[in-house]
Design a protein around this ligand. Structure first.
Ligand code: 13P
Ligand code: SF4
Length: 311
């Protein structure tokens, strides 16, 4: 007979102790994975915490660029991604060669990369940001001229918050958040007239304009928890509405659209995490290990360290 969720979670907790494993899970992961994890949060929190983990092994539940960031911050540890098929299409949208050319054409414009980028792309960037740290970090930069890649919606959000900066944008972004239209946002507001609309800055600026709050995953969660309002429409990955409903049963959470479901974030299952924890310490885990050469880590880390220094 197959094991129940609770039995698997119990065994994962035992395996973590036996094999010195720390599980990091992004907030877009399913509830049963969040419950078995040691550290959960948005991409900024996970990057900052990855640098401090004391365990020999890190099992990452999220998408590839996040595990890669954890490896760069903890190069001496074994970092594993629970499901190796979980990528982020936005991270792959731009080639380092193209950004290097743009940099050479305008050397006084600093390149600011959203953390949702590959390590190879990070090597040609000056500073990295996450959605929760972008405005803070860019406003702290002395430079006025910035090329923001790859997400033009997040870049436009930063430009609105930092009007003194000259931010150049390219056409990139998250296909999941960007799929929602302003019309759908208006319809959701009409369907739930008493609810506040909270959206992620990866959404179209015309959707963000209709929102009562625009912020990162962590920002949305903390706004909803602290707010005296009782009803919310959540304009980010649908698992956030589920987690908030679980944590705040006295409030009501609606999803903005069924389309904001990240298929990559949803690839990881609790059985994947269980199987990987069983495999850690054997060659079976090799296929899930993030392996990067030292030179790539050294070059790509520069912009991550700059983010942690300014953030
Ligand atoms: P956060 O920076 O809010 O964690 O978002 C990461 C992400 O992939 C959003 O789509
Ligand atoms: Fe990438 Fe969008 Fe999924 Fe976030 S929600 S991991 S940006 S595809």
């Amino acid at each position: 007979m197959s094991e129940t969720i609770a039995q698997m979670q119990k065994k994962i907790i035992e395996l973590k102790k036996q094999k010195d494993i720390c599980i990091l899970a992004h907030s877009y992961q399913a509830r049963e994975i969040i419950e078995a994890a040691d550290i959960t949060g948005d991409s900024y929190k996970l990057s900052a915490e990855a640098a401090k983990v004391g365990n020999k092994n890190i099992v990452f539940c999220g998408v590839h660029f996040m595990a890669e960031t954890a490896k760069m911050l903890s190069p001496d540890k074994h970092v594993y991604l629970a499901n190796m098929g979980a990528g982020c299409p936005m991270a792959e949208q731009m080639e380092p060669e193209m950004i290097a050319l743009l940099k050479a054409a305008e050397p006084d414009r600093k390149v600011c990369a959203y953390i949702n980028t590959t390590a190879a792309l990070k090597t040609v960037c000056d500073v990295c940001v996450t959605s929760s740290s972008a405005v803070d970090i860019i406003s702290k930069m002395e430079d006025k001229k910035i090329l923001f890649i790859p997400d033009c919606n997040l870049g436009a959000f930063v430009q609105r918050a930092c009007p003194d900066k000259d931010i150049k944008l390219l056409q990139g972004g998250c296909p999941v958040h960007n799929s929602v239209t302003a019309n759908e946002a208006r319809m959701a507001k009409e369907a739930h007239p008493g609810a506040l609309l909270l959206v992620h800055p990866e959404c179209d600026p015309r959707v963000a304009e209709l929102a009562d709050y625009v912020g990162s995953t962590a920002g949305i969660m903390s706004f909803a928890k602290k707010s005296s309002a009782k009803e919310f429409i959540i304009g980010t990955e649908i698992s956030i509405a589920e987690h908030l409903q679980y944590e705040c049963p006295e409030k009501k959470f609606h999803i903005l659209s069924k389309k904001i479901l990240c298929p990559n974030m949803k690839l990881t299952t609790l059985p994947d995490v269980y199987a990987l924890c069983q495999a850690v310490g054997t060659s079976e885990a090799d296929k899930n290990e993030i392996v990067m050469d030292d030179e790539l880590i050294r070059k790509a880390r520069v912009c991550i360290d700059e983010m942690l220094r300014l953030g």
